[in-house]
Structure formats: C-alpha cells, structure tokens
Design a protein around this ligand. Structure first.
Ligand code: TRP
Length: 325
C-alpha cells in the first residue's frame, strides 16, 4: 500500500495543521509506504517572495520531521528536488484537455477572468496529478477541497493507460477520514488560520510553554453554567474540548463530564498541549539551527523519491514514444 500526499510550503505549522492533517500523516507511515512532498513548485503558481518561499520550505520540512514524520519510515522530500515531477507534469499537461482544467473549481475561484493570472495556476492540477502518479500511489490523503484534483488525476491515469498502455496505477478515489477541525481561539466560528492577524487566535508549534497556556486561558468561551459539549451553541468550549480530545483520544462529551468550570479545564488543556507541543518545538528549533542536518535529510528524501519517480517517468516516456536512453 503506497500513500502520497503534498503540502504547501507555507512554513511553520499551528495546532490546526497538526491535529487536522499532520497527525494523520504520522499515523499513515505506520500502515504502508508513504511519500510526503513539500510542493514548492506549486507555490510558484502565484507571485512569490523568494525569501519567504525559501523560509517556508525549510520550515515546512522541519515541521513535518519535528511532528513525527520519520525519514527512516517515510520518504519526505521537496518537489523541486525531483526532476521527474516537472517532466511528468508536462506529460500530464499533454494528457489533460483545456476543458477539463477549465472545470477545476479551485482555478475558477482563484484565477479565472484575470489576464495576469499565471499559466501555472491553470495547469496546477496536471502537476498535482504527476506528483501522485509518479509514485504509483494507492491512496492520497487530502482535504475535501482537493477532491476534484484527485478525480482529475484518476481520469488522466486512466486516459494515459488506455492511449499508451498500462503505465500508471489509478489511485483510490475516496478522501480518507479527516482529523480534528481546530477553530480560531478568539472566534470559534472560523477555522484556525495562518492568515489571521490576531496572535491569540492560534497556537504555533513554536510557541513557548507560557504562550501556549496564556492563549488557552484567553480562549473565547461563553457564559453558560458548567461545562458541556455542545458544538451547535457553545462553539468556543466545543473547540477546546475537541483540542483536548485530539490530544487524549477521549471523546469530548466524556471529557466535559469531568469538569464543572472553565478554569480547571483550560489549565489541563494548556498542560496537555505543552506536554505534546513542547518536544515538537524543541526538535523544530534544533533542525532550523542546524541546516546541515536539514539539508542531509532533504538529500536523503530526494534520492529515494527520485529512484521511484524516475522509473515511472521512464516508463511513461517510453510508452508515449519519447526516446529513452
Ligand atoms: N494541491 C494540494 C493543496 O493545495 C497540494 C498538493 C500538491 C498535493 N500536490 C499534491 C496533495 C499531491 C496531494 C497529492 O493542498
């Protein structure tokens, strides 16, 4: 069983990224052979600040390792380090039709109608298909928003196989069960987000123990009596209970029964978070301090990924009639 997923190089994670997605990747690596890719080429599809992109790529890579992606169990790599990605990306662009790419809702939302939008934003899903197909992946853990892109990857694999002979594994269509949906601590009607300007709205994996506890203690609750899990009416508390549940794997309703006031609940969540995030923060800082280790890990991932992706690329090229030497 092979798993592949990609993550944008947006930099250091917050607990919403951690409990929502990264923990699933960590779990997946125990179940099969996993490939995790930091998609820096996809990041180029909108205007980038080169310094930010570089920082974001290093931080994203370090975040994943600090959070538990083990380079001895998984292949963790940066997309631009594996030349087979843009090669297969081109092949996918020449397999997909304009009509198909035009129907992608993400492009419609982000780019349609603007003359200056980059051509790469339009062909983004073809490169994503290449990412997936290069590893002959069986499963692709992504969020609901990527479902249409995953379906396109399946269509392109099927079409290519029909036209040129069996070359790509067709990945499974279903979106795996998602992790926790962590909400903004100051406005629990919104998802916790990197782009929020409100510092207390999110907890980064680099926050100090004090900051973690402070942000939890200031998290929005309500004026109801007692503690109960009521995700419809008591959003703030529900969010806190869900965060606690993501840490302890106990159901939020059960956790709620143990408390009668917010103070002690928040204190315990703060402590549990500190115990879980503290070691992640320390490992993250260590990796960013020692770039030699980080680069060596990137090298290791890139060479393993290249072996697999290059083999697929050669088969695809040969199948299409390109001369392979
Ligand atoms: N498009 C995905 C996102 O925005 C990232 C991505 C790129 C990806 N290539 C991938 C995800 C391959 C899964 C598999 O989140």
């Amino acid at each position: 069983m092979r798993v592949l997923s990609g993550i944008q190089p947006t930099g250091m994670a917050h607990i919403g990224n951690y409990y929502g997605a990264i923990v699933n990747w960590v779990r997946e690596q125990e179940e099969g052979e996993s490939f995790y890719c930091v998609v820096d080429l996809h990041a180029l599809t909108i205007e980038v600040d080169p310094k930010e992109l570089q920082k974001g790529t290093l931080e994203t890579f370090a975040t994943l390792i600090a959070c538990g992606i083990d380079p001895n169990k998984s292949t963790l790599f940066v997309q631009s380090h594996v030349a087979a990605h843009p090669m297969l990306g081109w092949i996918m662009e020449c397999t997909a039709s304009m009509g198909e790419l035009n129907r992608m809702t993400q492009f419609k939302d982000k780019g349609r109608g603007s003359e200056s939008v980059k051509a790469g934003l339009f062909t983004y899903p073809a490169l994503m298909a290449a990412d997936i197909l290069a590893y002959q992946a069986d499963r692709v853990p992504v969020g609901e928003d990527q479902k249409q892109h995953l379906e396109l990857a399946r269509d392109l694999a099927n079409r290519f196989n029909r036209l040129y002979g069996e070359t790509f594994k067709v990945p499974e269509p279903q979106i795996p069960a998602v992790g926790a949906r962590v909400m903004d601590l100051t406005d629990p009607t919104k998802k916790m987000s990197k782009s929020s300007k409100v510092m207390n709205s999110k907890i980064y994996i680099t926050d100090s123990d004090k900051e973690i506890q402070k942000k939890i203690s200031r998290a929005v609750t309500d004026t109801y009596e007692g503690v109960a899990y009521d995700p419809e009416n008591r959003l703030g508390v529900a969010n806190l209970l869900e965060i606690f549940s993501a840490i302890t794997h106990e159901r939020p309703e059960i956790i709620a029964e143990k408390y009668s006031a917010y103070g002690p609940l928040k204190k315990d969540i703060g402590e549990a978070l500190v115990a879980q995030i503290g070691p992640i923060r320390d490992r993250f800082n260590e990796l960013l301090d020692d770039k030699a280790e980080l680069f060596a890990l990137m090298q290791k991932g890139a060479s393993r990924a290249s072996e697999v992706a290059e083999e697929t690329s050669r088969s695809a090229r040969r199948a299409m009639g390109l001369v392979v030497i």
